[in-house]
Design a protein around this ligand. Structure first.
Ligand code: FPP
Length: 245
C-alpha cells in the first residue's frame, strides 16, 4: 500500500514549509556541476506544488534562497537567481490555471532589480488565486526578519502608535512577513541535515519537524505523502496533556 492511500485527507496540514537541501550533493555524486542539481530541483518544486495543490494544502513555503546563500560563489548565485525567476515565469500560466497564488517573503532589496520586477509581475498575475498559496522564501533568513520586526515595532512606539506595555505576541506575529498566514504545521527538510538553519524560527514554534536523508532532486510525491503520514501519526499537544485534547 502506498502512503498516498494511507493519509487522511480530512486531517491535512494547512501549512507545509520545506527546506529543500541536497541539490549540490546530488549532482556531484552523479559527476555533474551543482547547477544541474538545482535544475533538477526546480522540476521537483513543480511536482510538489502540484501535489500540494491537489491535496488541498493551503500554504506551501519553500526555502528557495537564504540570506546566507548570497555568500556562495557569484556564478552559483547568478544561476540560482535566473533558474528561480525563469521557472516561476514559465509556470505562471499553470499556477493561474490551478488557482495557485504566488507570494514571497525575504529581503527583496538585495535581489537584482530585474528579478524583483519579474517576480512582482508573477505575484500580480496570480493574485486572484484562491487555492494553494505558494510562498517562496527568497533572500530570507529568520534573524533578518526578526530584526526587521523589531525595527517596525520600535517605530510604532516612537511615533506614539502603541505603548511598550501593549506589545503582545500578536504585535510580533502581525509584523512578520508571514502575517497573513497560519504558522506551519509541518516542516520538512531534505538532504540529511537535522537543523533549522535560520528558517521561520518564530513561526515553527509548534511545527512538527520531519527530516529525510533524501536529496531534494530525489524527493517526490510519495515522499511528501510519507511526510504527511508521519505528521498525522503524531499527537500535537501544544503544551497540554493528551486527556485535554
Ligand atoms: C539547497 O541545495 C538548495 C538551494 C540552496 C536552492 C534550492 C532551489 C531550488 C530547488 C530551485 C527553486 C526553484 C523555484 C522555482 C522556487 P544545496 O545547494 O545547498 O545542496 P548541498 O547541500 O548538497 O550543497
Amino acid at each position: 500500500m502506498t502512503f498516498a492511500d494511507q493519509i487522511d485527507k480530512k486531517r491535512m496540514p494547512k501549512h507545509i514549509a520545506i527546506i529543500m537541501d541536497g541539490n549540490g550533493r546530488w549532482a556531484k555524486e552523479r559527476g555533474h556541476e551543482r547547477s544541474y542539481g538545482h535544475a533538477q530541483g526546480v522540476d521537483v518544486v513543480r511536482k510538489i506544488t502540484d501535489a500540494s495543490s491537489r491535496l488541498g494544502i493551503q500554504y506551501l513555503t519553500l526555502y528557495a534562497f537564504s540570506t546566507e546563500n548570497w555568500n556562495r560563489p557569484q556564478e552559483e548565485v547568478n544561476i540560482l537567481m535566473s533558474l528561480i525567476v525563469s521557472a516561476i515565469e514559465r509556470e505562471t500560466p499553470d499556477l493561474i490555471k490551478n488557482n495557485v497564488r504566488l507570494s514571497t517573503i525575504g529581503d527583496f532589496q538585495r535581489m537584482p532589480a530585474d528579478v524583483q520586477e519579474r517576480l512582482a509581475k508573477c505575484i500580480r498575475d496570480t493574485s486572484a488565486g484562491t487555492g494553494l498559496t505558494l510562498n517562496l522564501a527568497l533572500s530570507y533568513s529568520s534573524r533578518w526578519e526578526l530584526v526587521d520586526v523589531v525595527k517596525k515595532i520600535a517605530k510604532q512606539v516612537q511615533q506614539g502608535d502603541i505603548e511598550v506595555d501593549e506589545i503582545t505576541e500578536s504585535t510580533i506575529t502581525d509584523a512578520l512577513s508571514t502575517a497573513s498566514m497560519p504558522d506551519p504545521d509541518l516542516l520538512i527538510r531534505t538532504g540529511g541535515e537535522v537543523r533549522i538553519s535560520n528558517f521561520l524560527l518564530w513561526q515553527l514554534s509548534y511545527a512538527e519537524l520531519y527530516f529525510t536523508a533524501e536529496y531534494w532532486p530525489d524527493f517526490n510525491e510519495e515522499s511528501l505523502y510519507k511526510a504527511i503520514y508521519d505528521y498525522q501519526s503524531r499527537e500535537r499537544r501544544f503544551g497540554k496533556i493528551s486527556e485535554q485534547l
